[in-house]
Design a protein. Structure first.
Length: 444
């Protein structure tokens, strides 16, 4: 299938020029007896999945796995991948970007580079191109922009929680995801990029669908590739219209800042700005929404931890947020591809090998975290890898994500301190651990 945007044709059938290296050894390796590639594994309840990860961390921290069962673009020649489950090994992979590269994709599938750049921007780039695009995006986040964003976040969080509380008080059902956790990140994303009100629902749906390839509910019987391409193309088309408007009439928003950003005489192309918009639509909204949702569930399940936080919110929320991030581990996997030979955790990694970092496992590593299966808001130190293991791809949105989490929980603490949430309906993918919906109530 093919689609086009700005004269750039995307094809999932044609051979792409920039293919990852291959080796003859991969196809001869034996797969590990613990299969982390199957849909059944990712459907396990979290304690069961963690028990398997714990065994791998202890006995086979770098294990050879079969190709992932549910793939957007199945490859009959895919030999499998290395699963990296220990905290220290994940950090090692993250910080050796000269060995473990990103340009062949960050998920299990190997997709055409043009689509990767269209959907994931600098996440699927290597230096020097990665450095150029990232520096230009960073240049748009001026101190003035950050200060304005933080004030806006606080005001919006206050209004969103108040609206949910009022709705609940009148006896109407409230969904924590729809009414609270997804509202703030989506509003902030749309405000930053100047997306008009009438397009916000459409953009939010497209952002969800870019991550829907392995979730049968979200796909609803549709072809996963078509869903991804159509959703990504839609955001690019909206971006193109907005970019043209901002060139004609600049505004005080991030989109205008991205258009005007210049480093060493270079600027972002319209295609690159559109890709950044796609990236922010997903990474800037989904991860915060799901982390906030899982944190609210944990505060309901562990009331003693909620009491501890509520007793001195301002002085304790910073450490609490780090535990929210570790406990939730919303981004579960990230892939790199080896381009040179390397020894990792005693295993010989060869050029062409896929290496998949299991962040959800690394954040439960008992060699790093005391009582890792305990939700402890006072945990210190807390070297979680919810934003990645460092290196050049360390998450750019950490400050924004923390600001939104802090603001929402401050308002929950002040306006609905005795809230409760019910059992969540979960997103079913091997990439994002997410919450589709979750009932919310205020206790009398």
């Amino acid at each position: 299938m093919t689609t086009s945007f700005d004269d750039t044709e995307l094809s999932f059938d044609e051979t792409d020029a920039d293919l990852p290296p291959t080796n003859d050894v991969a196809a001869t390796r034996r797969y590990d007896e613990i299969n982390v590639s199957s849909d059944a594994f990712w459907d396990l309840d979290l304690p069961e999945r963690d028990a398997n990860f714990a065994l791998l961390r202890q006995e086979r921290p770098i294990s050879w796995q079969p190709p992932v069962e549910t793939s957007a673009v199945p490859d009959p020649d895919d030999p499998g991948f290395w699963a990296v489950v220990r905290h220290k090994d994940i950090i090692e992979v993250s910080q050796h970007d000269e060995v473990f590269v990103s340009r062949y994709g960050m998920m299990f599938d190997t997709l055409p580079p043009v689509f990767l750049e269209m959907a994931t921007s600098f996440l699927s780039m290597d230096d020097p191109k990665h450095n150029k695009v990232r520096k230009l995006v960073v240049a748009a986040f001026t101190p003035r922009q950050i200060r304005r964003i933080e004030d806006d976040i606080a005001a919006r969080a206050r209004r969103i929680v108040a609206a949910a509380a009022e709705k609940s008080a009148t006896g109407q059902p409230v969904d924590f995801v729809e009414d609270i956790s997804m509202q703030l990140p989506q509003e902030m994303f749309c405000t930053l990029f100047g997306i008009p009100q009438e397009l916000r629902l459409k953009v939010g749906r497209a952002a969800d669908e870019t991550m829907a390839w392995a979730d049968p509910v979200l796909l609803a019987g549709r072809d996963p590739v078509e869903v991804q391409v159509e959703a990504t193309s839609l955001i690019h088309e909206i971006a193109a219209d907005l970019i043209a408007q901002r060139r004609a009439k600049p505004e005080n928003d991030l989109l205008t800042a991205l258009i005007q950003a210049e480093v060493d005489g270079e600027r972002l192309s319209d295609f690159e700005i559109g890709a950044v918009m796609v990236l922010f639509a997903v990474a800037g909204t989904d991860t915060t929404r799901h982390t906030v949702s899982f944190a609210a569930k944990a505060l309901t399940d562990f009331p003693e931890q909620r009491r501890w936080l509520w007793e001195d919110f301002d002085n304790r929320i910073s450490s609490a947020m780090e535990e929210f991030l570790r406990w939730s581990s919303v981004v579960m996997t990230f892939r790199r591809t080896a381009v040179t030979e390397y020894t990792l955790g005693g295993q010989q990694i060869l050029p062409g090998d896929k290496v998949v970092m299991m962040y959800a496992s690394g954040n439960r590593d008992a060699e790093v975290f005391d009582n890792p299966d305990t939700f402890d808001l006072s945990r210190h130190p807390n070297p979680h890898i919810a934003f990645g293991g460092g290196g050049v791809h360390y998450c750019l949105g950490t400050h924004l994500a923390r600001s939104m989490m802090r603001a929402l929980f401050r308002e929950l603490h002040q306006q609905t301190p005795d809230f409760s949430v019910g059992e969540p309906e979960l997103v079913r993918t091997n990439f994002i651990r997410g919450v589709v919906s979750m009932p919310f109530a205020m206790r009398p």
